[in-house]
Design a protein around this ligand. Structure first.
Ligand SMILES: O=P(O)(O)O[C@H]1[C@H](OP(=O)(O)O)[C@@H](OP(=O)(O)O)[C@H](OP(=O)(O)O)[C@@H](OP(=O)(O)O)[C@H]1OP(=O)(O)O
Ligand SMILES: Nc1ncnc2c1ncn2[C@@H]1O[C@H](COP(=O)(O)OP(=O)(O)O)[C@@H](O)[C@H]1O
Length: 429
């Protein structure tokens, strides 16, 4: 994943061994602290292996910042494009993004109490107005897409209690020393709004910063212009339309910024799961006949240079071979991983004489920050998760068509009226 995201943004960590007893004790100790939504996943207490990673909520690449308070914003942006594949069978998938559609099923299933107004296409648009709206929506309804840490401690987001409405006043109290170090701002609604506005400005600047040139820049990129640049379900666009204004197209992302690299990796999903799934079946059939080939095909790795080289062929010309199918499946796994990773922005205040051109700095009205941007959760999504993706995609779209679009569209709503007698009249033509 370093090839796609670049050296500066990825901290691969190292595999270490831990005494099994230590791991078991650790597991028992943290279990009561874990958010309920995380408890469907268990720690590996049998292998004795672990990934040793830097603590990205505190990571600072600048020595002088070691003893300064650190603010870290974690954003899980999700998929930032609308499928452009001709394999898509439902037209709605070309108009409404996966995240916005999925919100309805998540609320229906009780995963979240309220739908979010966030739309990934606004964040990935590169348009400041749309990005600000997206970040404000995340601050209003964090779900599992936004967390804020202060000196490594979670202060906002990822709360178990879904009833808790976002408390901006509490957040502003935590953030005020960062943005108004010499005070100078009387607490109250104005203070909260000012601080939230400055936070959004800092996050936007950090997301658009391009501090890395890496090999992925050499990779033939998937044209980001593919597909629509806005989602019909985006609350931002609905507000624009309500106010009689024109849609704001994407302004494009700086090529070196992490959002651009993330989107490029996500767009390796060129066929959509509907186009990919038959190719997955082709690989599965081959493995049923030649199970010993699983390691030769590097289904489970090693994810080395040879594996990477095979990912560079973006051709969509299906020659009917297993090799073509495998390349698309492996590219799809990269895309799935990039659709579910998190971006970490670590900030610390710095004085005028501590800042130099080597260090990215963002200025606010009464403060200045140096910052680092990283990406986490880059373990490649498993080959076996593809059937789950295919099934989930159908569930999300069908729920949306039946329970959202039908309600919005009077004609459609008659087709799906629950428990109503209706007669299907067939006319001879
Ligand atoms: O339920 P969470 O908070 O553990 O997050 C899920 C992802 O759900 P969400 O959409 O709320 O981000 C889920 O992503 P999708 O719902 O499928 O978009 C993600 O599944 P993948 O599709 O395989 O990415 C799931 O990851 P794992 O399957 O557990 O690896 C999980 O995301 P993470 O908790 O961030 O891994
Ligand atoms: N290196 C890290 N530094 C700081 N926080 C981390 C780090 N790795 C993971 N986390 C925290 O743990 C959460 C879950 O980690 P993640 O790798 O996403 O696990 P999973 O893939 O099981 O969801 C992340 O959302 C983040 O808040």
């Amino acid at each position: 994943m370093k090839q796609f995201f670049g050296e500066n943004y990825v901290h691969h960590g190292e595999i270490i061994q831990l005494p099994l007893d230590f791991v078991r004790q650790l597991c028992l100790k943290i279990q009561p602290e874990r958010p309920e939504c995380r408890c469907d996943k268990d720690m590996d207490t049998l292998s004795g292996y672990a990934m040793c990673l830097p603590n990205l909520t505190r990571l600072q690449t600048f020595r002088f910042a070691e003893h300064r308070p650190i603010l870290c914003i974690e954003i899980k942006p999700k998929c930032g494009f609308i499928p452009f594949s001709s394999h898509v069978s439902q037209e709605i998938k070309h108009k409404v993004c996966r995240y916005c559609m999925h919100q309805h099923l998540k609320v229906a299933n009780g995963k979240w109490k309220r739908p979010s107004k966030y739309c990934p296409l606004d964040l990935f648009s590169g348009n400041k107005q749309r990005m600000h709206f997206a970040l404000k929506s995340l601050l209003q309804e964090a779900q599992n897409n936004l967390k804020i840490f202060k000196n490594g401690e979670l202060i906002y987001g990822c709360k178990d209690d879904q009833d808790c409405v976002s408390d901006w006043n509490e957040l502003a109290r935590h953030l005020k020393p960062f943005f108004f170090p010499c005070n100078g701002l009387v607490s109250g609604p104005h203070c909260t709004r000012t601080i939230v506005k400055e936070l959004i400005h800092v996050i936007t600047t950090a997301l658009l910063s391009s501090t890395d040139t890496c090999r992925a820049g050499d990779m033939k990129t998937v044209p980001i212009s593919q597909g629509r640049s806005y989602c019909e379900a985006s609350a931002f666009n609905k507000e624009l339309v309500r106010n009689g204004k024109h849609k704001l197209e994407s302004s494009g992302l700086p090529r070196g910024c992490l959002l651009y690299k993330t989107l490029q990796a996500q767009m390796l999903d060129m066929l959509d799961i509907e186009g990919l799934y038959p190719l997955y079946s082709r690989v599965e059939q081959y493995l049923e006949e030649f199970p010993e080939e699983r390691s030769t095909l590097q289904i489970d790795g090693p994810y080395n240079e040879a594996f990477y080289e095979k990912l560079l062929d973006l051709s969509l010309e299906d020659d009917g071979t297993v090799a073509f199918a495998l390349t698309k499946v492996q590219q799809y796994r990269i895309a799935m991983t990039a659709k579910d990773c998190s971006i970490m922005i670590a900030l610390s205040t710095c004085l005028q004489d501590e800042c130099s051109e080597q260090r990215p700095v963002v200025l606010t009205s009464k403060s200045r920050f140096t910052f680092s941007v990283s990406v986490l959760d880059l373990d490649l999504k498993p080959y076996e998760s593809i059937p789950h993706q295919y099934k989930l995609d159908g569930e999300i779209v069908n729920y949306y068509l039946k329970n959202v679009q039908a309600k919005d569209d009077p004609v459609m709503s008659n087709l799906f009226k629950e428990n109503e007698d209706c007669t299907l009249v067939l006319h001879k033509v």
